[in-house]
Design a protein around this ligand. Structure first.
Ligand code: OAD
Length: 256
């Protein structure tokens, strides 16, 4: 783990009035959720985003796309929150104000104790009707063992009979407006901004870090590999989020 000027970061965090935390899938990696862009193991190294994560792909082959998202939901269902999720929830209790914004579609932040999570890219557990946008209730514990590559016919809406789609944002789609507004507003008013476990290459989410810099916030990156932001953030903490974050929270707010 490499921490540059850790003492000074601890001081800045102790003085912070509003902390924003932006997370990516790296935060869930230690829970067994596959990342997107890590070499060899990343989802987009093995699967084609065009064939699985666009509105066009769903129109072309709904049962393949629905089956693939059910496979991903089954991985998330079996996963447990890790030390990074728990440290972020703890930080929200210690800081005067914290806003948690995630690109993740799993619910590990919530199960790790976080409340009011801003989900920029939607949620695997909240599929919606393509026609009337009603939420489709998933039965607890269903689909806990779907196989990769299995086609599954998408269910039909209980209200209007329309086809249900995964509750995630696909490439080419806009982010949910209220979530995006909340993320932008929080970013503009925070004094410390974290980006954790994200490659920071997917926009508009990645633009939040740049906005925080422009607004004069202290910026902190936590990542186990290098990114284009390494030399731009105020503090670049290199290491697994599940190790770096609990250590940082303990340093800033030691238990009394
Ligand atoms: P990426 O896979 O692009 O980036 C994950 C980052 O986490 C990488 O920089 C890894 O080095 C880092 N990482 C991996 N394990 C880590 C660990 N234990 N601790 C700290 N860092 C770790 O995933 P995202 O940035 O989340 O969008 O991807 C952004 C979006 O691209 C996703 O939300 C998804 C995807 O396409 C949609 O599906 C719309």
């Amino acid at each position: 783990m490499v921490i540059q000027n850790p003492g000074s970061l601890v001081d800045r965090l102790r003085l912070a009035k509003h902390v924003v935390v932006l997370t990516g899938v790296g935060v869930s990696a230690e829970s067994g959720i596959p990342t997107f862009r890590d070499k060899q193991t990343g989802i987009w190294e093995q699967f084609s985003a065009e064939e699985l994560a666009t509105p066009e792909a769903y129109q072309r082959d709904p049962s393949m796309v629905w089956g693939w998202y059910e496979w991903r939901r089954s991985i998330a269902l079996r996963a447990q929150p890790n030390a990074a999720h728990r440290a972020i929830a703890e930080m929200a209790c210690k800081a005067p104000r914290m806003t948690l914004v995630t690109q993740n579609v799993d619910d590990l932040h919530e199960r790790g104790g976080s409340r009011e999570v801003v989900h920029l890219h939607g949620r695997l557990t909240q599929p919606v009707c393509e026609l009337c946008r009603s939420l489709f209730p998933l039965r607890e514990g269903t689909n806990d063992q779907p196989q990769l590559g299995r086609r599954i016919e998408p269910p039909r809406c209980h209200s209007c009979g329309g086809r249900i789609r995964p509750g995630v944002v696909w490439f080419g789609e806009a982010l949910p407006e209220s979530e995006w507004t909340r993320a932008q507003t929080a970013t503009c008013t925070c004094d410390v901004f974290f980006c954790i476990g994200t490659s920071s290459v997917v926009y508009p989410a990645a633009s939040l870090t740049r906005s925080a810099m422009n607004m004069g916030a202290v910026t902190v990156q936590i990542n186990n590999t290098s990114t284009a932001l390494d030399s731009k953030v105020s503090f670049n903490l290199r290491g697994p989020a599940g190790v770096v974050l609990p250590a940082l929270v303990k340093d800033v707010w030691p238990a009394i």
